[in-house]
Design a protein around this ligand. Structure first.
Ligand code: PBG
Length: 321
């Protein structure tokens, strides 16, 4: 035998030398759920080890993240008040706006991305403004999404990430940001966002499940990949700086195809359902915690430059060990 692939697997040193993919804390974004009220740090039942935090608890959280080397967060608001137009989403005194100001107060070393959507803020739980027949009114929703983006950026957000899946939202938002003088604020678009059952625990955490129907008239059919490429292409044309595929683990082929087809950074969202399944299995001793690293490295290997994940702290802790 001349060729023996095992020669390159004999020790950790040689394995390290030829390792093709590396997971780094620097590429991870950690989601934070902000609630109204004071002195609240409550574990989210559907997302073990992840918490609902009130604004006054952000100091401890941010310091913990910085100690672990995690520098990127994405914020989700869980407001008390909801209405048909999601007013709390673009109020200067909204929960996310307050959280952004607080985080910026605590440290300049943390980069704040905000999720731009309406589902946590609307009484009906859909991601936009409804027509009388219950269909989400695309063009009217664009005005609101841009308004939300502006209010986040005014509060100090470093990057905005629209997750609604309306047509034309990136172009509308880019235009509005530019007109208001925010030409340097990047947009990370949830470009290929599927109508997935893996968002279940998040909807529990964010109280954002639709009160009727589902999201299939705006989020993508899990069976499609060409459509993902069309969505990404449109978003890049409209000015997206980073494009995202969501969820991640059941869509590794989509991540790879997007990575090979375009030359912008690609993000993948390792969503709540993917997290909770694995987290529970590890907590209950069914799987070793190395399974977490393995599943995240698969997302990286598929082509993701950035991974949004509830596992960010676990990964950072494992690296420290
Ligand atoms: C808001 C939004 C959702 C997620 C991120 N932004 C929920 C949804 O579209 O229903 C899901 C994230 C996760 O499951 O971790 N539209």
């Amino acid at each position: 035998m001349i060729k023996r692939p095992r020669r390159l697997r004999g020790s950790e040193l040689i394995r390290g030398l030829v390792r093709e993919t590396k997971l780094e804390v620097e590429n991870l974004v950690y989601p934070l759920f902000i609630v109204e009220g004071e002195n609240i740090k409550e574990e989210i039942t559907s997302l073990p080890d992840v918490y609902h935090l009130s604004v006054d608890k952000l100091k401890d959280e941010v310091n913990e993240l910085l100690d672990l080397g995690i520098k990127y967060v994405i914020l989700f608001g869980v407001p008390n008040e909801k209405d048909e137009y999601g007013k709390q989403a673009y109020s200067d005194e909204g929960i996310v706006q307050k959280a952004i100001r607080e985080i910026k107060n605590i440290s300049n070393d943390i980069y704040v991305i905000t999720d731009i959507c309406m589902c946590q803020y609307t009484s009906h739980g859909h991601c936009g403004i409804l027509c009388p027949n219950g269909y989400v009114d695309n063009d009217k929703t664009l005005e609101y999404l841009s308004k939300i983006a502006i209010s986040h950026v005014k509060a100090g957000a470093d990057m905005v990430a629209p997750s609604d899946m309306m047509d034309g939202r990136i172009g509308h938002m880019r235009n509005t940001l530019d007109k208001e003088g925010y030409v340097n604020i990047p947009i990370m678009s949830y470009s290929a966002k599927y109508a997935s059952s893996f968002y279940g625990p998040f909807r529990d955490a964010a109280h954002s499940a639709p009160s009727f129907g589902d999201r299939r008239s705006y989020q993508m059919d899990p069976a499609n990949i060409n459509e993902a490429i069309r969505e990404v292409e449109l978003d890049i044309e409209e000015g997206a700086d980073i494009v995202m595929v969501k969820p991640a683990l059941s869509y590794l082929d989509v991540i790879r195809k997007v990575k090979d087809s375009f030359n912008v950074p690609v993000a993948a969202y390792n969503v709540s359902g993917e997290y909770s399944m694995l987290k529970l299995a590890v907590k209950n001793g069914l799987l070793d915690e190395k399974a977490i690293m393995e599943s995240l490295i698969s997302i990286k290997r598929a082509g993701a430059d950035i991974i949004i994940t509830y596992f960010a702290k676990d990964v950072a802790r494992m690296f420290k060990k």
